[in-house]
Design a protein around this ligand. Structure first.
Ligand code: 5GP
Length: 180
Protein backbone atom coordinates (compact mmCIF):
# COMPACT_ATOMS: atom_id res chain seq x y z
CA UNK A 1 0.00 0.00 0.00
CA UNK A 2 2.72 2.53 0.98
CA UNK A 3 4.53 2.06 -2.32
CA UNK A 4 1.47 3.52 -4.11
CA UNK A 5 1.88 6.90 -2.42
CA UNK A 6 3.68 9.61 -4.36
CA UNK A 7 3.94 12.02 -1.45
CA UNK A 8 2.49 12.79 1.95
CA UNK A 9 0.35 15.94 2.02
CA UNK A 10 -0.46 15.92 5.75
CA UNK A 11 1.41 13.89 8.34
CA UNK A 12 -0.27 12.28 11.35
CA UNK A 13 1.05 15.11 13.52
CA UNK A 14 -0.26 17.79 11.18
CA UNK A 15 -3.68 16.15 11.03
CA UNK A 16 -3.78 15.94 14.82
CA UNK A 17 -3.00 19.65 15.12
CA UNK A 18 -5.85 20.56 12.75
CA UNK A 19 -8.26 18.26 14.57
CA UNK A 20 -7.31 19.81 17.93
CA UNK A 21 -7.92 23.31 16.56
CA UNK A 22 -11.34 22.32 15.26
CA UNK A 23 -12.21 20.67 18.58
CA UNK A 24 -11.31 23.89 20.41
CA UNK A 25 -13.51 25.96 18.10
CA UNK A 26 -16.45 23.56 18.47
CA UNK A 27 -15.98 23.58 22.25
CA UNK A 28 -16.16 27.38 22.28
CA UNK A 29 -19.37 27.35 20.22
CA UNK A 30 -21.25 24.24 21.41
CA UNK A 31 -20.33 23.61 25.05
CA UNK A 32 -23.84 24.38 26.27
CA UNK A 33 -25.82 23.18 23.25
CA UNK A 34 -25.76 19.37 23.40
CA UNK A 35 -25.38 19.21 19.60
CA UNK A 36 -26.04 16.27 17.30
CA UNK A 37 -22.80 15.54 15.45
CA UNK A 38 -23.44 13.83 12.13
CA UNK A 39 -20.57 11.81 10.72
CA UNK A 40 -20.69 11.42 6.94
CA UNK A 41 -19.62 7.83 6.31
CA UNK A 42 -17.37 6.33 5.34
CA UNK A 43 -14.74 8.98 4.68
CA UNK A 44 -15.19 11.06 7.85
CA UNK A 45 -14.93 8.15 10.28
CA UNK A 46 -11.27 8.66 11.29
CA UNK A 47 -11.72 12.41 11.65
CA UNK A 48 -14.97 11.98 13.59
CA UNK A 49 -13.55 9.58 16.15
CA UNK A 50 -10.45 11.70 16.74
CA UNK A 51 -12.55 14.85 17.02
CA UNK A 52 -15.29 13.70 19.40
CA UNK A 53 -12.93 12.50 22.11
CA UNK A 54 -11.60 16.06 22.35
CA UNK A 55 -15.03 17.59 22.99
CA UNK A 56 -15.56 17.95 26.75
CA UNK A 57 -19.33 18.48 26.56
CA UNK A 58 -22.54 16.55 25.97
CA UNK A 59 -23.25 15.66 22.35
CA UNK A 60 -24.96 12.90 20.36
CA UNK A 61 -23.63 10.85 17.46
CA UNK A 62 -25.39 10.29 14.18
CA UNK A 63 -24.27 8.74 10.93
CA UNK A 64 -25.34 9.26 7.34
CA UNK A 65 -24.14 7.63 4.17
CA UNK A 66 -24.23 9.70 1.02
CA UNK A 67 -22.42 8.90 -2.17
CA UNK A 68 -21.62 10.89 -5.25
CA UNK A 69 -18.45 9.10 -6.31
CA UNK A 70 -19.27 5.95 -8.22
CA UNK A 71 -15.66 4.83 -7.71
CA UNK A 72 -12.42 6.29 -9.05
CA UNK A 73 -11.55 9.95 -8.64
CA UNK A 74 -14.40 11.82 -10.36
CA UNK A 75 -17.74 12.70 -8.86
CA UNK A 76 -20.74 11.31 -10.73
CA UNK A 77 -22.61 14.54 -10.01
CA UNK A 78 -25.74 12.92 -8.60
CA UNK A 79 -25.85 12.34 -4.86
CA UNK A 80 -27.72 9.49 -3.21
CA UNK A 81 -28.64 9.19 0.46
CA UNK A 82 -27.99 5.57 1.42
CA UNK A 83 -28.52 5.94 5.17
CA UNK A 84 -30.45 8.69 6.95
CA UNK A 85 -30.30 9.79 10.63
CA UNK A 86 -32.54 8.16 13.26
CA UNK A 87 -32.47 11.05 15.78
CA UNK A 88 -35.25 13.65 15.70
CA UNK A 89 -33.35 16.79 14.71
CA UNK A 90 -36.21 19.23 15.25
CA UNK A 91 -34.98 22.12 17.44
CA UNK A 92 -31.51 20.56 17.84
CA UNK A 93 -28.14 22.12 17.06
CA UNK A 94 -26.58 20.01 14.33
CA UNK A 95 -23.01 19.87 13.06
CA UNK A 96 -22.21 17.81 9.97
CA UNK A 97 -18.72 16.31 10.23
CA UNK A 98 -17.21 15.72 6.78
CA UNK A 99 -13.82 14.55 5.57
CA UNK A 100 -13.49 16.77 2.52
CA UNK A 101 -15.47 19.48 0.78
CA UNK A 102 -14.73 19.24 -2.93
CA UNK A 103 -17.37 20.17 -5.55
CA UNK A 104 -19.81 20.72 -2.67
CA UNK A 105 -22.51 18.59 -4.30
CA UNK A 106 -22.64 16.03 -1.50
CA UNK A 107 -22.95 18.55 1.32
CA UNK A 108 -25.31 20.77 -0.64
CA UNK A 109 -27.63 17.79 -0.99
CA UNK A 110 -27.18 16.70 2.63
CA UNK A 111 -27.74 20.18 4.06
CA UNK A 112 -30.95 20.60 2.06
CA UNK A 113 -32.12 17.18 3.25
CA UNK A 114 -31.25 17.82 6.92
CA UNK A 115 -32.91 21.26 6.88
CA UNK A 116 -36.25 19.60 6.17
CA UNK A 117 -35.92 18.09 9.67
CA UNK A 118 -36.06 21.64 11.15
CA UNK A 119 -32.91 21.77 13.31
CA UNK A 120 -32.35 24.90 15.44
CA UNK A 121 -29.04 25.36 13.62
CA UNK A 122 -27.02 23.46 11.05
CA UNK A 123 -23.28 23.94 10.54
CA UNK A 124 -20.60 22.16 8.55
CA UNK A 125 -17.22 21.08 9.91
CA UNK A 126 -14.79 19.66 7.36
CA UNK A 127 -11.22 18.53 7.85
CA UNK A 128 -10.20 19.34 4.26
CA UNK A 129 -11.45 21.92 1.79
CA UNK A 130 -10.72 22.03 -1.96
CA UNK A 131 -12.43 25.36 -2.85
CA UNK A 132 -10.98 25.47 -6.37
CA UNK A 133 -13.29 22.61 -7.43
CA UNK A 134 -16.56 24.00 -6.04
CA UNK A 135 -19.62 23.61 -8.29
CA UNK A 136 -22.21 25.03 -5.87
CA UNK A 137 -22.10 28.03 -3.55
CA UNK A 138 -21.29 26.39 -0.26
CA UNK A 139 -18.80 27.11 2.48
CA UNK A 140 -18.00 25.13 5.58
CA UNK A 141 -18.32 26.90 8.93
CA UNK A 142 -15.29 25.07 10.31
CA UNK A 143 -12.39 24.13 8.02
CA UNK A 144 -9.30 22.23 9.16
CA UNK A 145 -7.06 22.92 6.18
CA UNK A 146 -7.47 24.15 2.61
CA UNK A 147 -5.68 21.91 0.12
CA UNK A 148 -4.81 22.21 -3.58
CA UNK A 149 -6.70 20.43 -6.34
CA UNK A 150 -5.25 16.97 -5.81
CA UNK A 151 -6.99 13.66 -5.23
CA UNK A 152 -5.98 12.59 -1.74
CA UNK A 153 -6.27 9.31 0.15
CA UNK A 154 -5.75 8.13 3.71
CA UNK A 155 -7.18 8.94 7.16
CA UNK A 156 -10.60 7.70 5.98
CA UNK A 157 -10.37 8.87 2.39
CA UNK A 158 -10.36 6.11 -0.23
CA UNK A 159 -9.51 5.26 -3.79
CA UNK A 160 -11.83 2.44 -4.87
CA UNK A 161 -12.46 1.64 -1.16
CA UNK A 162 -8.75 1.22 -0.35
CA UNK A 163 -6.18 3.38 1.47
CA UNK A 164 -8.67 4.54 4.16
CA UNK A 165 -6.47 2.99 6.84
CA UNK A 166 -3.38 5.06 6.04
CA UNK A 167 -2.57 7.17 9.13
CA UNK A 168 -1.58 10.19 7.00
CA UNK A 169 -3.16 11.95 4.00
CA UNK A 170 -1.28 11.46 0.76
CA UNK A 171 -1.37 11.66 -3.00
CA UNK A 172 -1.36 8.49 -5.07
CA UNK A 173 1.12 7.78 -7.83
CA UNK A 174 -0.48 8.35 -11.26
CA UNK A 175 0.34 4.74 -12.18
CA UNK A 176 -2.18 3.54 -9.59
CA UNK A 177 -5.01 5.24 -11.51
CA UNK A 178 -3.99 3.84 -14.84
CA UNK A 179 -3.53 0.29 -13.44
CA UNK A 180 -6.19 -0.06 -10.76
P1 5GP B 1 -18.08 16.65 -3.18
O1 5GP B 1 -19.51 16.23 -3.26
O2 5GP B 1 -17.84 17.88 -2.34
O3 5GP B 1 -17.47 16.78 -4.55
O4 5GP B 1 -17.25 15.47 -2.56
C1 5GP B 1 -17.50 14.99 -1.32
C2 5GP B 1 -17.06 13.56 -1.21
O5 5GP B 1 -16.28 13.14 -2.34
C3 5GP B 1 -16.16 13.39 -0.02
O6 5GP B 1 -16.91 13.09 1.12
C4 5GP B 1 -15.27 12.26 -0.45
O7 5GP B 1 -15.89 11.03 -0.16
C5 5GP B 1 -15.16 12.41 -1.95
N1 5GP B 1 -13.94 13.14 -2.34
C6 5GP B 1 -13.83 14.41 -2.77
N2 5GP B 1 -12.55 14.74 -3.01
C7 5GP B 1 -11.83 13.64 -2.69
C8 5GP B 1 -10.42 13.36 -2.68
O8 5GP B 1 -9.54 14.16 -3.00
N3 5GP B 1 -10.08 12.11 -2.28
C9 5GP B 1 -10.98 11.17 -1.90
N4 5GP B 1 -10.52 9.99 -1.54
N5 5GP B 1 -12.31 11.40 -1.88
C10 5GP B 1 -12.72 12.64 -2.27
Amino acid sequence: MLQDIERVLLTQEEIAAHVAQLAARLTADYAEKDPVLICVLKGAVNFFKDLVVQLPFHCEYEFVVASSYGGGTQTSGSVQLRKDVFTDLRGRHVVVIEDILDTGLTLDFLVAHLKTKEPASLKICTLLDKPSRRRVELQADYVGVTIPNEFVVGYGLDYNEHYRNLPFIGILKPAVYSHP
